[in-house]
Design a protein. Structure first.
Length: 509
């Protein structure tokens, strides 16, 4: 029998518990769930801090969940506890997390928006598996409107074109809107302006008029699907756009108390339902879709899947492809040299694999090298001179699907040091990193510099490379009688770090 897994999410409007298992045939079996409202988002987005009252309320809820999990034989140390945007922005999050740990034994992990996207993508893929192949082949928008943020994923022909965590949350907006007249027309105009402000950046990644599928995720979207849509299968709904519009317009006429009474939701959720549905509506109408797909799933189920997944080659390969596709689309957004990036990526991985026995790095490092190789020259969009500095800035301030902030920082430093004579060891920013991260940056940067040097002309003239290790030397051979004088000069300029880090002399034949 499968071992139950427990996940707790501390969100902007509530603390939510899920206990579930995956059966041997990989079907989801929900064993227990609970949700308790909390005003954490209103505290943080209003004053920047989690109040003492909210902290005590959160501790009380978590203590209750701890006792509930005893019945399933699950200890706090075995429970995954995550916190999202509101907790992430709280100035006093560290002492609150410490208080939670000492009082309940739960260790809270604060996740960023792109990690939310990854987990939601995992949950959606599982929910749609066997029902539809469109997610892997059509232009698709995936949207989740939450209390603190709106999570957005853009898929072009099934590949990740962009992933964004927008500061467009219902709890964040609700106080601003309440200060206005509160009429449906005024609220709709305000939300429409905010939505249109994001349209430009979105359309640089995906033509919204050509979107064929719109996937709406979240409890509010599910509520709309239950009342205005029809079931496709277990945990999957569809809503015709006209029916959705009518439902959203009808909701705007309800008072908060009427929403609570009719839909049996908490007062906190009722306060933001109208704004949430309006945001969905505005984004949907940026496209020409006629039907909305609503998977009845959430980030907690994505975490359960992430925890219970045995190593799955197909799933790992899919995520790998989506991460690199996201990086490649970011490069295209900044009009980068795709052919050069692909050459450097292929060559970098070839060198990495040749040295794999002595890399002493985790499996994830190869992926980080691949993304860094794709993006190393992205700063040329701003200026050719010092483009490594500009590239590091762009990478650090861009959303790349599947990568957390610490990984993006590593990639930005690899891009920073991929050219020039500046050494990472001389920089304070590098020195404060953990030793494991410093070694990873040094090794991956050294490899990237060599791969970049082998395409100094950006013409991909050296093809069919053969790389061997012999007599303490890394020997690179290219087929045919090509003039490699330019590349030898480049290797001499950029190879010092490689020879220092790995101890191999570089020879180009």
């Amino acid at each position: 029998m499968a071992t139950p897994e427990a996940v707790i999410e501390i969100g902007s409007t509530g603390v939510r518990l899920l206990v579930a298992e995956l059966t041997p045939d990989r079907k989801r079996n929900t064993l227990d769930r609970a949700e308790m409202p909390i005003s954490l988002g209103r505290d943080v987005f209003g004053q920047g801090y989690i109040s003492r009252e909210t902290t005590l309320q959160c501790l009380h809820i978590l203590q209750r969940y701890k006792e509930q999990l005893v019945g399933w034989g699950i200890l706090p140390i075995q429970t995954t506890v995550i916190a999202t945007s509101a907790f992430r922005e709280a100035k006093n999050k560290d002492p609150v997390m410490d208080k939670i740990l000492s009082s309940t034994g739960f260790r809270v992990k604060v996740i960023d928006g792109i990690e939310e996207n990854r987990l939601m993508y995992l949950a959606i893929s599982e929910c749609l598996k066997g029902e539809s192949a469109e997610l892997r082949s059509e232009d698709t928008v995936i949207l989740e409107v939450a209390g603190g943020s709106t999570e957005l994923m853009l898929m072009k022909k099934g590949k990740m074109a962009g992933a964004h965590s927008l500061r467009l949350g219902t709890v964040r907006l609700e106080p601003k809107l309440s200060k206005q007249s509160g009429s449906f027309e005024d609220i709709q105009r305000y939300v429409k302006e905010l939505t249109l402000n994001t349209k430009g950046s979105i359309e640089s990644e995906l033509n919204l008029e050509e979107v064929q599928q719109f996937v709406a995720v979240g409890s509010d979207a599910t509520l709309a699907a239950i009342h205005a849509g029809k079931p496709i299968s277990t945990f999957l709904w569809s809503i015709q756009i006209d029916d959705f519009d009518c439902f959203v317009d009808e909701i705007q006429e309800y008072s908060i108390d009427e929403i609570v009474g009719r839909f049996k939701i908490s007062f906190n959720d009722a306060q933001t339902l109208r704004i949430s549905l309006l945001i969905y509506k505005m984004f949907i109408h940026l496209t020409n879709v006629k039907t909305i797909i609503v998977p009845e799933t959430n980030i907690r189920e994505g975490l359960i899947l992430d925890k219970t997944n045995v190593p799955n080659k197909e799933l790992k390969e899919e995520f790998h492809q989506q991460i690199t596709a996201s990086a490649l689309n970011l490069l295209k957004k900044y009009h980068g040299d795709v052919n050069h990036a692909e050459y450097v990526r292929t060559t970098s991985l070839q060198i990495y694999d040749k040295l794999s026995a002595e890399m002493n790095l985790d499996e994830r490092s190869r992926l980080l090298l691949e993304v860094a190789a794709v993006l190393h020259d992205i700063g040329i969009f701003i200026r050719l001179d010092d483009h490594n500095l500009h590239g590091a800035y762009i990478i650090n301030h861009s959303d790349i699907f599947g990568l957390v902030n610490t990984e993006r920082e590593i990639i930005s430093q690899i891009a920073l040091y991929h050219r020039g004579k500046q050494q990472p060891q001389d920089q304070e920013r590098f020195q404060i990193l953990a030793r494991s991260d410093r070694m990873r940056i040094l090794k991956l940067t050294a490899i990237l510099r060599i791969a970049d040097a082998l395409d100094r002309s950006h013409s991909q003239s050296l093809t069919d490379l053969t790389i061997t290790l012999q007599n303490e030397a890394l020997i690179i051979r290219t087929k045919g009688s090509k003039n490699v004088a330019l590349e030898r000069i480049a290797l001499a300029e950029k190879g010092e770090m490689f020879e220092s880090v790995f101890g191999y002399k570089l020879i180009l034949l």
